[in-house]
Write a protein that binds this ligand. Structure first.
Ligand code: SF4
Ligand code: SF4
Length: 95
């Protein structure tokens, strides 16, 4: 029996108007030296992941829900965070 209430199923219903430019930029040097990498577990959309070979943070900004949690949790203030340009980004239904 499938679980239609799983977070993955809920996230798969979200629509985006994807921008060609990332609205999330991380400071690579700070991230390389970051031991705890909070961004990789606080983000509900799993936007951040670590390349195991290079220790570089990958950012799949296209999936961002614009909740803002990553910029508050980052202990090194390494994320330059803006909303996507007008009409771009996540599309929330109001009804
Ligand atoms: S928590 Fe901040 S400094 Fe650490 S990897 Fe994530 S964005 Fe970089
Ligand atoms: S704003 Fe929220 S959804 Fe977007 S990358 Fe940060 S934690 Fe993830």
């Amino acid at each position: 029996m499938s679980d239609n209430s799983s977070i993955e199923n809920k996230l798969s219903t979200i629509k985006y108007n994807v921008s060609e430019l990332s609205h999330l930029i991380a400071d690579c040097e700070k991230c390389k030296n970051c031991k705890t990498k909070e961004c990789t577990y606080v983000c509900p959309a799993r936007v951040y992941s670590v390349d195991e070979d290079t220790n570089i943070i990958k950012i799949e900004y296209e999936n961002c829900l614009e909740c803002g949690a990553c910029r508050f949790i980052c202990p090194h203030n390494a994320i330059e965070w803006k909303y996507p340009k007008s009409s771009k980004g996540v599309i929330y239904k109001l009804s």
